[in-house]
Design a protein around this ligand. Structure first.
Ligand SMILES: [Zn+2]
Length: 305
């Protein structure tokens, strides 16, 4: 009788959602795209908390007490490396999770092996530059997204070698999906190769290199430094001189300077998505697909006329 009660109790306990959550591997990802890739590689065994909320500028996230608690209890940390998340180290310090401090075996750096653009000769934040190790917005090139998936899968395989084969198989599936979608984006953006464009922040150099856009200027004089009136005039002059055909901003960039420039120059203002996780766009592939669609809409009419 006692045995039956124990078995019943165990069954009730194991089927309880809280018990199931407790069995999962607790992962903290610094941003949505990393969380999404990690979830697709690990599947149901992971419970993933993402720090940077959607629609916010990743450079200026302020982690909450909940984020600190999640990092404190996390078993794995997946981050983007470099200095994109300047708040990352303070968050780790606040959480005091020794697994992630110092040279951490349990932290996965998604930037490994990615060929960085704009690596400066001298590391300096003296002028407010947010990109001192090179440009950290590397996932806007789908080839780099594939490398991120590889990095996450090999990092997780190092931490949980018993699951390595499954992680690698899931990663291969995801890489194949990104690769197939990217071939379609290449085809759709091919007609606009060589088009001169302007962007608000230096978020799109990898995207531009991949798809053949020529970025002739930025609304921010330096990454993270708001545009000045004088700088905007210079950009308007450049747009005319180089025949730039669109201005790209992100959802969280200030509208007014971008609208002023596009109004004066008569070019379209295109808002692109940099972080997956929007329900409507359904993950990294959906997000990039939406970006390609927005560019086609902005430039398509002009080319046909
Ligand atoms: Zn940046």
């Amino acid at each position: 009788m006692k045995k039956i009660v124990l078995v019943l109790l165990a069954t009730v306990f194991l089927s309880h959602p809280a018990a199931q959550a407790a069995d999962k591997i607790r992962v903290v990802a610094t941003m949505n795209t990393l969380g999404e890739f990690t979830q697709k590689i690990m599947g149901d065994e992971a419970e993933i908390h993402v720090v940077a909320k959607l629609g916010r500028d990743i450079h200026f996230i302020q982690p909450t007490p909940k984020d600190v608690l999640k990092v404190k209890k996390a078993e794995v940390l997946v981050h983007s490396g470099l200095d994109l998340e300047a708040w990352r180290q303070p968050l780790l310090n606040a959480a005091g999770n020794t697994d992630f401090l110092g040279s951490s075996e349990k932290a996965v750096d998604a930037s490994q092996g990615i060929e960085l653009l704009e690596v400066p000769a001298i590391l300096s934040r003296s002028e407010g530059d947010l990109h001192i190790f090179g440009n950290p917005h590397y996932w806007t090139d789908p080839a780099n997204a594939e490398q991120m998936v590889r990095n996450i899968a090999s990092g997780l395989s190092r931490i949980y070698p018993e699951s390595a084969a499954r992680y690698q198989a899931n990663a291969e599936t995801l890489i194949h999906q990104i690769h197939t979608a990217a071939a379609d984006w290449d085809r759709r953006l091919a007609p606009y190769k060589g088009t001169a464009i302007v962007t608000y922040h230096k978020s799109w150099p990898y995207f531009a290199k991949r798809f053949g856009f020529d970025i002739i200027g930025y609304l921010e004089p330096k990454p993270g430094i708001p545009p000045t009136a004088k700088h905007l005039q210079e950009i308007e002059r450049l747009i005319k001189e180089k025949n730039a055909r669109m201005l790209i901003k992100e959802t969280y960039n200030e509208k007014r300077p971008a609208e002023k420039v596009t109004r004066e120059s008569g070019i379209p203002l295109v808002t692109l998505l940099q972080f997956s996780g929007d329900e409507k766009t359904n993950g990294y592939i959906g997000m990039m697909d939406e970006n390609v669609k927005r560019i086609e809409e902005a430039l398509g009419g002009g080319l046909r006329s």
